[in-house]
Design a protein around this ligand. Structure first.
Ligand code: CA
Length: 518
């Protein structure tokens, strides 16, 4: 409550006085643990039916879980640009993994650093400019790695990324002066493709079959043509050596990349790997699977490796929690866990993300702050990754720049019910690529409310509408159903209004006049 009142008071004073007004001792440390592609369906606190994540569940139970947490653009680089700036992709420049990031924009890291916080970032970065606003940083961007890219060059530090990123982060925290608050962004590479587990998890799940999603064998009838054209199919688009850990044969696509990703392993790791996958691959070769049986095998191989990577995330989140406890820092440290986006774990027959459908749009999102955030709180307001930067600034007692699109979640996290909370979120994806190894997800935008969703796939001039109450798996596109025509028209106007509100002129325009005509 004190911190919250202090935040309110600071909001009313000029920005240049804010840092001086906040007494360092009263400002919390902030740790953001950010995983990559970790879907809610792989977190037991979010209702996973396929795995258990005991340490993440513990974290969720000790604070607030945002049960309706969404991204603005479901892909890695853009998600990072959004959480730094509090802006939708078109406003920070990073609309796809191939576009520039406007590094001159205000970010939470720069503003916290300027206000007297010590700041750091370790792990996956995925922006074209070096980390800005961080006193110390180290980039780690593959599972098995030889070391860390820092501001001073490459530092040799072989290891398994999820463990190494945690090591680097905890070492940094231990070095910080206790009289000064810190903020650290811990960016795991896991559970991103190509899902290389730590050696201690290589045989986890070997003794059981993971349940299949209801739509593993998809039916795209009624959806935009873009759905069937998407190249994220478990059946067709997982590559033998690169994704499925089958032997490198020399004639497979992405073989070379599969070899290079294994290269940093030491002899012991490589031996453990071969001992685990050798017999499993031999059994696969002997079985001669075809058709649906082959797809089912690919799903098992994919999902088990994915969940093995999640197991190391869960373990390392636990290491951070244990460390804070041991150091007596848990009370004055805000601990956030979320992911850059969700992921398809076989839904619609897919892996990967990008689409505005629920598995990719949603993220796990927990915050613990003992004594300030009630334990066990579940908040179901619509929150989005544009809100993270404003929230961090608010927690640090700093004013939120007016140009940020998001809104502080600090009140929601306390269990308050702020007036005028948003009743819909705006989404815009625009990384379209063609080719055998491209994902080929057509550009689309849309609106999601508490209970329904409108998607405009503008490459194909196609629309989709789902009522999530009766159709949570988004299998029945009702865009032409007269019974919902009024609602669809309302959401089309809403989409046009979002374009104006956020001044999004990228992609294909959708002016209000067109919404009225549609
Ligand atoms: Ca990602």
């Amino acid at each position: 409550m004190i911190a919250s009142l202090l935040g309110l008071a600071l909001f009313l004073v000029p920005q240049e006085d804010a840092a001086a007004a906040a007494a360092p001792a009263e400002r919390p440390n902030i740790i953001i643990i950010y995983s990559d592609d970790h879907a809610e369906a792989a977190v037991s606190a979010c209702g996973s039916e396929i795995t258990r994540t005991p340490r993440l569940d513990e974290l969720a139970a000790q604070g607030v879980r945002f049960s309706q947490s969404f991204v603005a653009n479901s892909i890695c680089g853009p998600a990072r640009a959004t959480i730094l700036t509090g802006l939708h992709s078109h406003a920070n420049g990073r609309v796809s993994n191939g576009t520039p990031f406007r590094d001159g924009l205000p970010t939470w890291s720069k503003l916290l650093q300027a206000s007297g916080y010590r700041t750091a970032m370790y792990g996956k970065w995925h922006l074209p400019t070096d980390p800005n606003g961080f006193d110390d940083w180290g980039k780690v961007s593959s599972y098995y790695t030889r070391g860390v890219q820092t501001a001073d060059g490459f530092v040799e530090r072989p290891g398994y990324s999820t463990d190494l990123i945690t090591d680097l982060s905890l070492e940094w925290i231990a070095e910080q002066p206790r009289e000064q608050p810190f903020a650290i962004w811990i960016n795991y590479h896991a559970s991103h493709r190509t899902w290389l587990p730590a050696t201690r998890y290589l045989t986890m799940f070997d003794d059981r079959q993971i349940p299949e999603p209801a739509t593993l064998f998809p039916d795209f009838a009624g959806k935009s043509p873009a759905a069937a054209l998407t190249q994220m199919r478990i059946a067709e688009d997982l590559f033998p050596a690169y994704d499925l850990k089958l032997p490198v044969t020399g004639d497979q696509i992405l073989d070379q990349s599969a070899v290079s990703r294994m290269a940093p392993m030491n002899e012991e790791q490589r031996a453990a790997w071969d001992a685990a996958y050798g017999p499993k691959n031999a059994a696969f070769a002997a079985a001669g699977l075809k058709g649906e049986d082959l797809v089912r095998w690919k799903y098992q191989r994919y999902i088990k490796d994915y969940l093995r990577c999640v197991a190391a995330i869960d373990e390392n989140v636990g290491r951070v929690m244990d460390f804070l406890e041991e150091q007596g820092m848990a009370e004055n440290t805000i601990l956030v866990y979320t992911s850059d986006q969700g992921f398809f774990l076989g839904e619609n027959g897919w892996y990967d993300k990008r689409w505005m459908y629920e598995p990719a749009l949603r993220t796990p999102f927990f915050v613990r702050w003992p004594g300030k955030i009630p334990a066990g709180l579940v908040d179901d307001h619509l929150v989005q990754n544009i809100d993270i930067a404003p929230t961090i600034l608010d927690w640090a007692g700093l004013p939120v720049p007016e140009e940020m699109h998001g809104r502080s979640l600090a009140d929601l996290a306390r269990g308050a019910q702020p007036r005028g909370w948003r009743d819909a979120i705006y989404y815009h994806y625009q990384e379209y690529n063609e080719g055998r190894i491209a994902h080929r997800v057509a550009e689309h935008d849309g609106v999601r409310t508490a209970y329904d969703k409108l998607i405009r796939v503008y490459r194909h001039d196609a629309w989709e509408y789902y009522d999530l109450r009766s159709d949570p798996l988004e299998q029945h596109n009702r865009i032409d159903d007269p019974a919902v025509a009024g609602r669809v028209a309302e959401l089309k106007r809403r989409l046009a209004a979002f374009k104006v509100e956020f001044d999004d002129q990228t992609g294909k325009p959708y002016p209000a006049s067109e919404a009225e005509a549609d």
